[in-house]
Design a protein around this ligand. Structure first.
Ligand code: ATP
Length: 226
C-alpha cells in the first residue's frame, strides 16, 4: 500500500464556510492519521435549496479560510463538473487521483448522515470509501432503522483502524471542540445585520461583505450608493 494515511473528502454547500466546518476538519487531522482533507463545495446540491452565494464565491471563501492550513485544501472538482454534485462521482474522481489502495473517507455531519438513504448509488459509497460521521451538538434526531442496520453491519469495531483498509467502515466521532454553528444561523444573523464575528474567519467575513452576500437587498442598494 502506497500510504497508510487517510485522505478525507469533506463535501458541503459551504454557504458560507464557518468555524464548525474548519475546526472539525482540523481536529480530524489531530485525532486520525490524515494526509489531506479535501473541502469540496458542491456545484448544485441535489437534496436542498439552491445556495445564496455562487459556486465560485463559495470556493473563494473556502480558499481564504484554508490558505494557512497545509492539510486543508479547497478543491474545485465539483465545480468543474456540470449538473448535480453526487458524492459518489466525487469519490470516484478522488479514487482516480489516489488509486484503489489509498484509505479514503467521506466526512459528514450527523444531519447529513440521516439523509443518506436518499443519496444516489448509496450502496456504492462504502465500496469507494469509509464514512466518518461527526456529531453536531444540538442534533438529536435519531437514525432510521435502515441506518441503524448499516451501522450494525459496518461500524468500526474496537481495535480496528480506519486506515488499515481503503474503504468499507463507518466511524462515528464526537470531536473535542464540536460547535453548534451552522451556515443557516450565519445567513440569518447577516440578514438581520447582526455581527457574525468569531463564527467564521475574518477573511471570509471581509469577502462576503465585499461581495454584498447574505445582506437584505435594500441594504445592498443603500451601501452601493453610500
Ligand atoms: P446549512 O445550515 O446551510 O444547512 P451547514 O452549516 O449544515 O449549512 P453544509 O455546507 O451544509 O453546512 O455542511 C457540510 C457538511 O459539514 C455536512 O456534512 C454537515 O453535517 C457538516 N457540518 C456543518 N456544520 C457543522 C458543525 N458545526 N460541526 C460539524 N459538522 C458540521
Amino acid at each position: 500500500m502506497a500510504s497508510t494515511s487517510l485522505v478525507l473528502m469533506y463535501g458541503g454547500t459551504f454557504d458560507p464556510v464557518h468555524n464548525g466546518h474548519l475546526r472539525s476538519a482540523l481536529e480530524l487531522t489531530q485525532v486520525l492519521p490524515v494526509a489531506r482533507v479535501h473541502l469540496i463545495p458542491c456545484q448544485l446540491p441535489p437534496h436542498r435549496d439552491q445556495p445564496s452565494a455562487s459556486p465560485e464565491q463559495r470556493l473563494a471563501m473556502l480558499k481564504l479560510a484554508t490558505a494557512d492550513e497545509p492539510l486543508l485544501v479547497a478543491d474545485d472538482r465539483e465545480l468543474r463538473r456540470p449538473g448535480p454534485s453526487w458524492s459518489i462521482d466525487t469519490l470516484e474522481s478522488l479514487r482516480e487521483d489516489y488509486g484503489d489502495q489509498q484509505p479514503l473517507a467521506m466526512v459528514l455531519g450527523w444531519d447529513a448522515f440521516l439523509g443518506l438513504p436518499s443519496w444516489s448509488r448509496r450502496d456504492l459509497l462504502l465500496e469507494k470509501a469509509h464514512l466518518i460521521v461527526i456529531a453536531r451538538p444540538g442534533e438529536k434526531q435519531p437514525a432510521s432503522e435502515e441506518l441503524l442496520d448499516l451501522l450494525d453491519q459496518y461500524e468500526l469495531k474496537a481495535g480496528e483502524a480506519l486506515n488499515a483498509k481503503p474503504a468499507g467502515r463507518i466511524l462515528r466521532l464526537a470531536l473535542p471542540s464540536a460547535m453548534q454553528v451552522s451556515a443557516t444561523y450565519i445567513r440569518r444573523l447577516l440578514s438581520q445585520q447582526a455581527s457574525v464575528r468569531y463564527l467564521l474567519p475574518d477573511a471570509v467575513i471581509n469577502y462576503l461583505f465585499s461581495q454584498g452576500l447574505y445582506v437584505p437587498v435594500d441594504k445592498t442598494i443603500k451601501s452601493s450608493h453610500a
